[in-house]
Design a protein around this ligand. Structure first.
Ligand code: NAD
Length: 434
């Protein structure tokens, strides 16, 4: 997902501290592909193919604004690879959506689904529009028209969108309804991240934060620390940050700092994460919470903690601040919170970084569960979702850990090696058509 589920903010830049060495999503995806390929004995022709999308659909989306004028937006659906199953990935509404961004983020989805061993390929799409400037009615008209324009290329066995930045469960409900109306039957499996009442899964919203907490817990244990004695700092208190914070807190970790876009709060004795309002309970209210100390977002990233979880936006850890990070372990909650230059510095400083494609993959994993429930016309309990997510995360963790231990690479490389091996093996087995 990329991401899957509630509004996400992965590609936004950091207010007030614009990093200089930021790559595009496509550059990052290609670099990481090549990097993983260098460790593996795979056919270079397969790697070459994976550098490009299978197809990019570009459409125009005209809508009637509330004032009666017609405005035309551009929408995309980029398909990267489907060797392991239908394309899967989010749809975002954001003014900066471009063809290349969709291609790059679609590639990330291919790696993320493969590292989790989900039977999906990668895709991403969106509309270049500022959703904050649309009324709810305009958003609904935009979604229904966009659904119609991409109807021929999505479908429950072909390409399954999900929410992403600027879109949410309601957007997915409209999309599912528009698609179903034209198909003449209710097709819940065409999108995931829907409200449970129309086939969405229990536990979908909290899943990325839950997976971040599970992976953080495993990493803490791997480095022979005790969760109950570990200190944690989390940047971003939205879907990912708040859910990860609360679970780690429930497991006994000492969550000493959390933040939102306005700054953070700090308590050396541990914050009561359940009473701090998350982004959805009360937007940007972290600073209003009665805590002993406040910190800036810059200071939060440099706290001397056992685990640092950047869970807000992309590119917050850069060459400029990587040397000031004091955490022992970094777990990527957000998509792409670390620039490649900072990543290099963390490798040199021997600070382990557990990558986003593993840590926050709970979102797409529960999307997979949702799809299974939809095509089987059966709803799982929240308990079952939690149990199966735990199992999938632990399985993925073990496989990545084995690569990490045996190859002596970074955790990021280990995750990409797992993903690319699976994709390359599937390509080898299927061969090139015709
Ligand atoms: P969200 O909108 O629910 O919350 C974002 C939080 O980050 C808010 O508390 C906001 O105040 C804070 N924030 C925004 N700008 C900030 C800044 N400059 N500095 C510090 N804090 C800032 O978003 P989310 O869904 O939790 O997503 C967070 C990250 O996780 C994104 O990178 C997203 O792509 C990634 N992600 C999300 C999901 C998902 O399903 N929600 C899945 C996988 C990855």
């Amino acid at each position: 997902m990329a991401s899957q589920s509630s509004p996400v903010m992965d590609e936004e830049t950091v207010t007030g501290s614009e990093p200089t060495e930021v790559e595009s999503a496509l550059e990052t995806a290609r670099r990481q592909l090549q990097h993983a390929a260098d460790h593996l004995d795979i056919d270079p022709n397969i790697v070459e193919r994976l550098k490009y999308p299978k197809k990019v659909h570009e459409v125009t989306v005209p809508i009637k604004r509330d004032d009666g004028n017609v405005e035309v937006f551009t929408g995309y659906r980029a398909r990267h690879d489907s060797v392991r199953g239908p394309y899967k990935g989010g749809l975002r509404y954001h003014p900066d959506v471009t063809r290349d961004e969709c291609v790059g983020l679609g590639m990330w989805m291919t790696w993320k689904c493969a590292v989790m061993n989900l039977p999906f390929g990668g895709a991403k799409g969106g509309v270049a529009v500022n959703p904050k400037e649309l009324s709810d009615d305009e958003k609904e008209r935009l979604t229904r028209r966009f659904a119609e324009e991409i109807r021929g290329v999505i479908g429950p066995t072909v390409d399954i969108p999900a929410p992403d930045m600027g879109t949410d469960p309601q957007t997915m409900a409209w999309l599912m309804d528009a698609y179903s109306m034209q198909e003449g039957e209710t097709v819940p499996g065409v999108v995931t991240g829907k409200p449970p009442v129309v086939g969405g899964s229990e536990g979908r919203d909290e899943a990325p934060g839950r997976s971040v907490a599970i992976i953080a817990r495993e990493a803490i244990e791997y480095y022979e620390k005790d969760v109950k004695e570990s200190t944690v700092a989390i940047q971003g208190y939205g879907s990912v940050g708040s859910n990860a914070a609360r679970l780690l807190d429930d497991w006994g970790a000492n969550v000493v700092a959390v933040s939102d876009v306005n700054g953070g709060i700090y308590d050396a004795n541990g914050l009561d994460t359940h009473t701090i309002p998350s982004h959805y309970e009360e937007p940007e209210a972290v600073m209003g919470y009665d805590a002993p100390e406040t910190v800036t977002n810059t200071e939060l990233l440099e706290l001397d903690v056992d685990v640092l979880i950047p869970a807000a936006i992309g590119n917050v850890l850069t060459a400029e601040n990587a040397n000031d990070v004091m955490a022992d372990i970094i777990v990527e909650g957000a998509n792409g919170p670390i620039t490649s230059a900072a990543d290099q510095i963390f490798t040199e400083r021997a600070i382990p970084v557990i990558p986003d494609i593993l840590a926050n993959a709970g979102g797409v994993t529960v999307s997979y569960f949702e799809w299974l429930q939809d095509i089987n016309r059966r709803a799982w309990s929240l308990e079952r979702v939690h149990n199966e997510l735990e199992e999938e995360m632990l399985t993925a963790w073990e496989v990545v850990k084995d690569e990490y231990d045996s190859r002596k690479v970074t955790w990021r490389d280990a995750a990409y090696i797992v993903a690319l091996s699976r994709i390359a093996e599937a390509h080898e087995a299927r061969g090139l058509w015709p």
